[in-house]
Structure formats: C-alpha cells, structure tokens
Design a protein around this ligand. Sequence first.
Ligand code: NAD
Length: 432
Amino acid sequence: MSNSLLEDARKQLDKALEHIEISDDSRERLSMPKSTIITRIPVRMDDGTLKVFQGFRVRFDDSRGPTKGGIRFHPGVTLDEVQSLAFWMTFKCAVLDLPYGGGKGGVTVNPKELSKLELERLSRGYINGVADFIGPDVDIPAPDVYTNSMIMGWMMDQYNIIRRSVQPAVITGKPLSMGGSRGREAATSLGAFFVMRTLLPKMGFKKPEKTRIAIQGFGNAGSILALQLYEAGYKVVAVSDSKGGIYDPKGLDIPVIKKQKEDTQKLQTLYCDMSVCHIDEYQSIDNAQLLELDVDILVPSALENQITEKNAYNIKAKALFEVANGPVDFAGDTILESRGIPVVPDILTNAGGVTVSYFEWVQNRSGLYWTEEDVNERLEQRMVREAGNIWQLASEKKLPLRTAAYVHALSRISESMDARGTKNYYQKRDAD
Ligand code: NAD
C-alpha cells in the first residue's frame, strides 16, 4: 500500500484513464485539489482549560457545480485522508449526475472524549474557521463518520449567525425541523440497498433467502442497510462494530440486534459504547474474522483500508459492495480482481446519502418540501439507473465495476471541463 491515501486513490483514476480519451486539460485539472483550508479550532473545555483542534476543508473540483461532501470527526483525520475523500466525492457526484463537484472536511478529534457542550463548541468553532470557504453556491458540507444531524444543525445555526441571515442550503443532513429532508437518515443504506437489489441478480444471486451477507460496521449506514436487507428476505449472517462482531450461519435477527444497540446507546453517551458482540446467543468474532467469513456478499461499512494486500487473498465472499468510503485499497482491489471477485465501488454503492443531500439542498432553495415517498422514489430512480449504466459499461468494455464507474464519471467531468475551452480550441484559434 502506498503511504498516501490520495496517491492510492489516484491509481484508480489512472487505471480508468487507460479506458477513456479525455483532454490533457481535464487530466491536468484533476491532478490536484482546487483548494484546501487548514484551520485551528480553539475550544473552551468544561473544566475551563483551552484545547486547540485541527480542522480541514478541501474542495477537490467544482467543474460540475458547488463542491459537496461530509465532515468527519475522528482521531485519525489527516489532510491526506480529507483530500482523498474529496477526490472520491468528485467522482461520486458525477456517477449520480448530481450538479456538484467534490469536497470534504474533518476534525482530528476523538468525539467520544468530549461532553455534548464541548462537542457543540467544537462544531461551531469549525464553522467559524471555514465560514468564508463554504456556502450554498460554493461548498456544502454534510455528516460523515461520527457527525450527525444535531451537529449539522449547530453548524448551520453558526453559519447563519455569521452571515446574519437564514441559509439552510449551506449544509445538508440537518434535523427535519431545521430544513432537513425526509428520508435523509436512511438514504445511504437505501441507496446501497437499491444498488444491491439491482446488481445481485445480474451476479447470479437471484434468491434473497439464499444470499448470505456479512456487514462490517453497524453505524448509521451499516445498521439500517442490515435491517433493509433482512426485511427484503436476505440472510444477514454477520455484523460488527469497532468492538467486534457476531455471526450465525443461519442468519441474525437484525431488528432485535438493532433495537438492543439503540436502547443501550440512549442510556449512555451520544456515541454508543455498547457493542453488538454483547449479544450472547450468537458466536462472537473479531473484525478480521468477519472480513474473511465464507459468505456470498461482504459489505464493508466502517472505515477505509480494511481490505489490503494483507488479507485480500483470504476473502471468501463472492462479491463485495463498498458502503464505506475506500474500504478496499488499490493493492487489495488488484488482488480481488485477479481472483475474479467483483467489487461494486463506493462511488456508486454509498451515493444514496449525497443524492438525498442534493434533494435536501433543492428543497431548501425552492422552499417546497417533499414527502418521504417522493424522496425515496427519486432516489430509487437514480440509483437503479446509474447502477444499470455502470453494469452495462463494465460488460460492454469488459472492465472491473470500479473502473467502469470512474470511466462513467470521467466522461461527465471532462465534458464540463472541456466546455470551458481546451488546448485544442486555443491552439486552433492561435493558428487561424
Ligand atoms: P457511523 O459512525 O455511524 O458508523 C461507523 C461504524 O463503524 C460504527 O458501528 C463503528 O463502531 C464501526 N467501526 C469503527 N471502526 C471499526 C472497525 N475497525 N471495524 C469494524 N467496525 C468499525 O458512520 P457511518 O455514517 O455509518 O459511515 C460508515 C462508512 O460509510 C464511512 O466510511 C462513511 O464515509 C461511509 N458513508 C456514510 C454515509 C452516511 O450518510 N452515513 C454516506 C456515504 C458514505
């Protein structure tokens, strides 16, 4: 694995570039992020001391529209990670044909160590630092790992205080009462569910009850997807969170597990300390074991770099759907490809979240709010359409699904870059 996540992510782009003709101008523009801000966030702690945290916001490319991407609160956040996440967002928005470029933000912090008041001060402090860098027509943040709708609400409120106006479209994933969209909370998982339901039969998994699925990560995305798959009759045999996992080859009772985790969460802090592995009747496994289970489908839904050259040879699943961003690194991906294991990439599988974020932004700007049925129907149309497009492109050009998704996105991104004039246009004019 390369030391830089961004360099590693770029290898996926280089691979796709072998299969599509784009202008030199577009290649050049995509070679580095458009702009990056690193900000210092001073936070008054409950005991009176002052702590300074580091925050980042990156706008990778805005050729197709304002940049869009979540804000992550995690101790492992680095500039390199935020830049690669912004890079992926550029392609994800293009895959779904959203009128956005790609952005991302993050704060290097362990939010589990903060009180709720400290968390609110940190969230508002982050916006103080990036307020001139974001905006409804410039860059629109949203939730990501360890940030949620309440945090988005605080952030929108802080932006409004700074701007002295009410601008709900500056941020998405807000509480419903502050201009959030119906259906946003379940959107990432519902989008992934639509992609799985579209592609699984094409991969030969025609019977849900015979399709055994393991899901790594039981947070917002993983737990709701587990429930949707369970309700649609799929056999979810293993789930895990940061503390460990549970496995039953006969299938898990997902509603009971989800409720147990939620109930415990309420009794504790904003962030859940209870682990799914506390449920006695199932076999406990660790995260490494979950990834290597003999299942039909593996759904990594936690963090990046979970499948690398170290464990890719041990993966027994017949196909992967990436709900997390970047869970399979380039080396791991190359090994899975050589073993004939298809990977449905993150930039398609988890794009339901940003798609409904787009719907939220549209609703905020028009002032007309949609029903949940409306939102889900529009989401289904887009996810099914683009999953079908990528499958068809991969089949026609005999490409891995990830490469096909990048090619699909690249054709849209380069079209908007080239619309501003290319080398050919200017050289031709000079020659005339
Ligand atoms: P979350 O914070 O709600 O959940 C993360 C889950 O992963 C938790 O259950 C946590 O315990 C678990 N986890 C952490 N480290 C782990 C490890 N080493 N092994 C196994 N599990 C581990 O976050 P989320 O919103 O569900 O996001 C999960 C992934 O999905 C991230 O990669 C995120 O970028 C991606 N994603 C989320 C959304 C969204 O709308 N929530 C949208 C697009 C992509």
